[in-house]
Design a protein. Structure first.
Length: 128
């Protein structure tokens, strides 16, 4: 993956959306529950956007298996955070079924990062 491919671009777009959605939630939503849903969605959205850039670093350090993590993180953002955003805006309650699937995607992405990190540990690789 290195710095080529879609991950850097998608990560940058995702980071922009974190800020825009967070600002919208803070300034446009009056309902406390809706604000809480957006805050939770943005928190997980931002953490996993940032972790996509960490996956690029892992690849650059020699753990190429980390390239498999960002698709899971992006899917988790869409399913987990996206469902919370939709619910905050009055979307149908059945959208809540997507939230745990997004959480599962996050966990799978992190599991891939664990294995990638372990491979770096075994190699004795360090960032340069």
């Amino acid at each position: 993956m290195h710095t080529k491919g879609a991950t850097p671009l998608l990560g940058a777009i995702s980071g922009f959306l974190c800020v825009a959605i967070g600002a919208f939630g803070a300034h446009a939503l009056q309902d406390a529950h809706a604000r809480m849903l957006v805050e939770t969605g943005v928190r997980y959205h931002f953490f996993h956007t940032t972790t996509c850039f960490a996956a690029i670093s892992f690849c650059n350090w020699g753990a190429s298996s980390a390239r498999r993590a960002p698709p899971f993180f992006f899917a988790g953002i869409v399913l987990f955070s996206g469902s919370l955003y939709a619910l905050a805006l009055g979307g149908p309650r059945w959208l809540a079924i997507a939230t745990p699937f997004g959480g599962l995607c996050f966990l799978l992405g992190w599991l891939i990062m664990v294995f990638a990190g372990y491979s770096l540990y075994k190699k004795g690789s360090t960032p340069s």
